[in-house]
Design a protein around this ligand. Structure first.
Ligand code: SAH
Ligand code: F3S
Length: 433
């Protein structure tokens, strides 16, 4: 009988892809099959995130819970970014953990399951050309890594210390993977990296003269690929050539993530983001001008060390001016191995909480006006998911979640929908025959 694998994935889209890679290796090179039941599992993996402190805190109570529920001889493995930066400490604190596998060492999953107390967290390990086995959680869209690591070293961010130096994956491997996925039915390709539009920075096999805009063109030439999305781009690398390709290539979905972090140039400098408030606004406005239907999402950190009321007001200013369709907002969380944790003038928690609530409430009220504009529009929706109450949901090119009454036969299809009802985060509509 096959052994059973239970996997929990926290954090970003790259973690989701890393989990798919681990599932692929364990089900195809080893004798595992997936289960949703913790109690039945022979191997329990938790793929962790360490971007903020809270999930790291929760990790130990969670693996404690896994340990109580699991079968006597089942193994627990801790993977991902927290594994990278805590390493051996995890086994010291929770001796029932069988192995620790860092975010840059995913391909070693088949080795660590056989090595008791293995700790594989090498930050220089290069998996950029490793041929992973194939597994995808969705038949309709395919996540594809285009780079590993991040060279940016934003002063708040732990990622460069958990995922290491940035290495781009050779374009021919990306195109090959996209072709295969699209032929198997995944008409939407999601290109992933911590800083995707820095693509081409460094390859581990040979030098190439290629950037992210070139890569977008190459992937869009694959006939079976109908849609291309990507995350995360960096506002600093949004040059005109990139924005023009984004605007004019019909296969590129008209949804852009522009992580602002702060609207204050002073704070942006302290964060080492490399752009100013004016640059960000210029890029966002240019984007709105070039692509009238564009959906812009962002990440904002409030309470970064030294953030005054005036700095926060600059953030609010940008929020009002850009009118983001979606905001992921966070209270600054001091992280180990980052310069900002030692900065003077740390903002107290109650001030940060107040700013976060203010920002979230403001955006919530803005969303009513933003979504109202969608009423009556017609979008081509790619249907991906059945929803309760006889609904099917999908996304428009500009990333609105749209649901209609319908059944399985819509899944995997592109259908025109007229929007009849709006909500802050999703829309409802009717099929246009
Ligand atoms: N490469 C990605 C960032 C990954 S982290 C990008 O550029 O979008 C995802 C988000 O978490 C960041 O954009 C930031 O808004 C937030 N974040 C990162 N470190 C943080 C910290 N120390 N405290 C609070 N939020 C943080
Ligand atoms: Fe982190 Fe900045 Fe890279 S947010 S992932 S260091 S672009």
């Amino acid at each position: 009988m096959k052994k059973k694998l239970y996997i929990e994935t926290l954090g970003c889209a790259m973690n989701v892809r890393d989990s798919e890679h681990m599932i692929a290796e364990l089900t195809q090179k080893e004798d595992f099959t997936l289960t949703n039941s913790l109690e039945d599992a022979d191997l329990i993996l938790i793929n962790t995130c360490s971007v903020r402190e809270k999930p790291v805190h929760k990790l130990f109570s969670e693996i404690g819970y896994f340990n109580k529920k699991k079968k006597a001889d089942a193994k627990i493995g801790v993977c991902g970014c927290t594994a990278s930066h805590l390493g051996e400490e995890i086994i010291k604190k929770a001796p029932y953990v069988s192995f620790v596998l860092g975010a840059r060492n995913v391909s070693k999953i088949t080795e660590v399951i056989k090595k008791p107390k293995a700790v594989e967290v090498d930050l220089d390990y290069d998996e950029s050309t490793y041929a992973f086995s194939d597994f995808r959680s969705s038949p309709y869209k395919a996540f594809i890594n285009i780079s590993i690591g991040c060279d940016k070293k934003c002063t708040f961010c732990i990622v460069p210390n958990t995922r290491g130096e940035e290495i781009s994956i050779p374009p021919e491997l990306i195109v090959q993977e996209a072709k295969k996925a699209a032929k198997n039915g995944a008409k939407e390709i999601f290109l992933l990296g911590q800083n995707v539009n820095n693509y081409g920075r460094r390859f581990s096999d040979k030098e190439r003269n290629i950037d992210f805009t070139d890569l977008l063109k190459m992937v869009s030439e694959i006939e079976e690929v109908k849609r291309i999305r990507f995350t995360s781009p960096h506002p600093l690398h949004m040059d005109d050539r990139f924005l023009e390709e984004f605007a004019n290539n019909p296969k590129i979905c008209k949804s852009m993530h522009m992580p602002l972090q702060s609207g204050s140039t002073k704070i942006l400098r302290a964060m080492k983001r490399g752009y100013t408030k004016e640059w960000f606004l210029d890029r966002a406005m240019k984007l709105r001008e070039m692509v009238p239907d564009v959906h812009i999402s962002t990440d904002i950190i409030v309470g970064f060390p030294g953030e005054s009321e005036e700095d926060f007001a600059h953030t609010i200013d940008v929020v009002k001016e850009v009118g983001f369709e979606q905001i992921f907002s966070f209270k600054y969380s001091p992280r180990p191995l980052t310069p900002a944790k030692d900065y003077p003038n740390q903002v107290d928690d109650s001030t940060a909480s107040k700013r976060l609530s203010y920002l979230q409430e403001l955006h919530f009220s803005m969303l009513d006006t933003i979504s109202q504009k969608e009423l009556g529009k017609v979008y081509e929706v790619y249907f991906e998911e059945l929803k309760p109450g006889g609904y099917v949901a999908g996304r428009s090119s500009n990333n609105w979640i749209v649901k209609v009454k319908g059944s399985e036969e819509l899944l995997g299809k592109f259908v025109d929908v007229k929007i009849t009802k709006t909500g802050r985060l999703s829309l409802e509509g009717e099929l246009i025959a």
